[in-house]
Design a protein around this ligand. Structure first.
Ligand SMILES: CNc1ncnc2c1ncn2[C@@H]1O[C@H](/C=C/CNC(=O)c2cc(-c3ccc(F)cc3)cc(O)c2O)[C@H](F)[C@H]1O
Ligand SMILES: [Mg+2]
Length: 214
């Protein structure tokens, strides 16, 4: 049977990237997705904005919603300092299997932990299961209609603290209108939009950065 798009992306990483070198894993995926087969990674242009937010914050505890092939997990994980940890949630077992390989190829298996399952099931259990108190940084890149429910769940579970930064991908394309309205209107957040482009294309897209005021 035919391979899947994530499997073909993984093969490109294994054939072309240098083991243990996150930078080469990132550039191989970007080159492959720009020149051979598009895939919904945050990509290099929005990735540069993601890098600057993470580098400025220097977070110790990070949550990612929606691993897919692990591109942004590698992007974020490579910037974390020793002792810092990224938990990334992915409920599709095929994507999770590919992402584990990509994360391992980048040599980030001790920094990035992939948890298989749905955000709605796992968020209420992160504290007791992983000893997490609060998150410093959260990257939302899963189903766009799930963003709003999950930020509210994170509030309810008291996993946000004064200054927690949430960064949401695709707030223009495909769009997350209910999430945008919520974070921009709520007095709990200080929100701003970083205009960019949809990965590997000229279409507009952007990231919304929201700081929880607690
Ligand atoms: C809801 N709870 C979940 N829990 C755990 N894993 C989850 C959950 N929900 C999904 N997943 C997991 O998170 C991922 C979902 C990513 C969805 N991303 C997109 O749709 C998305 C789409 C485009 C796009 C833009 C234009 C166009 F013409 C076509 C596509 C661009 C983007 O950057 C995207 O991120 C994964 F697939 C799913 O299993
Ligand atoms: Mg995305």
């Amino acid at each position: 049977t035919r391979t899947t798009r994530p499997q073909r992306l993984l093969k490109a990483v294994q054939d072309r990237a240098i083991r243990g070198n996150p930078k080469s894993v990132i550039s191989v995926i970007d080159h492959y997705c720009r020149n051979q087969e598009w895939a919904m990674n945050v990509g290099d242009e929005k990735g540069f904005i993601l890098d600057s937010v993470v580098s400025e914050l220097n977070p110790q505890t990070v949550l990612e919603l929606g691993t897919y092939c692990g591109y942004s997990a590698v992007r974020i994980g490579r910037l974390l300092h020793s002792g810092a940890r990224l938990l990334t949630l992915e409920f599709n077992p095929d994507y999770a299997a590919v992402a584990r390989e990509v994360i391992s190829w980048a040599g980030l298996e001790n920094t990035v932990q992939l948890v298989e399952g749905a955000s709605g099931d796992w968020i209420p259990r992160l504290r007791e299961h992983f000893g997490i108190h609060t998150f410093d940084f959260i990257f939302l890149d899963h189903w766009k209609e799930g963003y709003l429910a999950d930020i509210k769940l994170l509030e309810e579970c008291r996993l946000l603290r004064k200054g927690t930064v949430l960064l949401a991908d695709n707030v223009v394309c495909p769009g997350a209108p209910d999430y945008l309205e919520y974070v921009r209107k709520s007095p709990l957040y200080d929100s701003r939009y970083f205009k960019s482009h949809l990965e590997y294309t000229k279409a507009e897209d952007g990231l919304e950065k929201s700081v929880y005021l607690g």
